[in-house]
Design a protein around this ligand. Structure first.
Ligand code: PEP
Ligand code: MN
Length: 345
């Protein structure tokens, strides 16, 4: 349920309600707006009665949240959440332009690709060090050596970095090297992993599962939020379908759909959604037009030598053209693209 306090309630009222909720054995989650404070109480609503809380001085109303996801819902937070990834804002009118190779394959090639991403105007650098490959015989990523290259390159360019974590036991390690942690499609319902990243205070990029409904995605988001990590960005990356001319089926309607249901930012990954460089630019533009809070694109300087996802990688020149188009679109949409430290606008 959510407890709405009267406008301009003092800190003493907030403290009193928080104390009462804790006494009852529940965890309060605060959402402090300019004039109003809302307190979310998560737990078994059968055991929590509204009337006694309603009686507290300063409480305006006590409203049950009927949706299964609560902290992720617009009912809990009306304003868009803005996530900050090392100074780069995402959501609430700010676009994340995430680019980089599928996997970190070595220092020279990663540096070259990262330079291209930065030169085109990307504001977050990606690269996988732990790769969730369909085959155990495919390249599995460079592990910690890859994380070291990722961090050093991000530092050199002044760009925040994002990389995937696949195992709860890797979380501490990945957090040491990365400014945002990605939960991949295959792990969207790895609930122990969601709880573990929820316990950190590092921003999380949560990708939609291969066969996950919008509600499933929001329930997974709830796992992260319920552990206290509010820095969460969702990512639409297509779902499995009968169509086999594209890698997955991009569900662009999920963008405005999620925006109606949740305050969380949502970006689109047209690379994994289509698997085809010829379709990525148009789907990236469509994503921004649909209201997405950013675009995640895999790029490579030599796709034919890439150790994973080479066939879907955009060449730097194509990414540069796409970024020019997205900058123009962003202006029409009234959105801004924060420059990261390393890029002087
Ligand atoms: C990736 O980002 O490289 C990746 C494996 O994506 P997904 O989890 O969406 O398949
Ligand atoms: Mn990939």
């Amino acid at each position: 349920m959510i407890i709405v306090l009267k406008p301009n309630s003092g800190q003493d009222v907030v403290d009193h309600v928080v104390e009462r909720i804790k006494e009852l054995g529940f965890t309060p989650h605060l959402s402090q707006g300019v004039a109003r404070t809302i307190i979310g109480v998560i737990g078994d609503e059968e055991k929590l009665r509204a009337e006694p809380l309603q009686a507290i001085e300063g409480v305006e109303s006590v409203v049950p949240i009927m949706k299964a996801y609560k902290l992720a819902s617009r009912d809990f937070r009306a304003a868009d959440t803005v996530v900050e990834v090392k100074g780069v804002r995402v959501g609430g009118g700010h676009l994340a332009m995430i680019a980089g190779p599928c996997a970190i394959e070595g220092e020279p090639v990663f540096n070259e690709i990262a330079d291209a991403a930065r030169d085109a105007g990307a504001n977050i650098l990606r690269g996988g060090a732990f790769k969730p490959r369909t085959s155990p015989y495919s390249f599995q990523g460079m592990g910690e050596d890859g994380l070291k290259i990722l961090k050093a390159t991000g530092d050199r360019l002044g760009m925040p970095v994002v990389t995937e974590v696949m195992d709860p036991r890797q979380t501490d390690l990945v957090v040491r090297y990365s400014d945002m942690i990605q939960i991949g499609a295959r792990n969207m319902q790895n609930f122990d992993l969601l709880k573990e990243v929820g316990r950190t205070r590092t921003p999380v990029l949560l990708k939609r599962g291969l066969a996950a409904t919008v509600k499933d995605v929001l329930m997974s988001a709830e796992y992260v939020l319920s552990q206290g990590n509010t820095q969460l960005i969702l990512c639409e990356r297509g779902v499995r379908s009968f169509e086999d001319s594209t890698r997955n089926m991009l569900d662009l309607s999920s963008v405005p759909n999620v925006k109606g249901l949740s305050h969380l930012p949502i970006i689109v990954d047209p690379s994994h959604a289509t698997g085809r460089p010829d379709l990525i630019p148009s789907m990236a533009r469509a994503a921004v037009a649909a209201g997405a809070d950013g675009v995640h694109v895999e790029i490579h300087t030599c796709p034919e030598k890439a150790l994973s996802d080479g066939p879907q990688a955009l060449l730097p020149a194509a990414y540069q053209r796409l970024m020019d188009e997205i900058r123009a679109l962003a202006e029409v949409m009234g959105k801004t693209i924060d420059a990261c430290e390393g890029v002087h606008a």
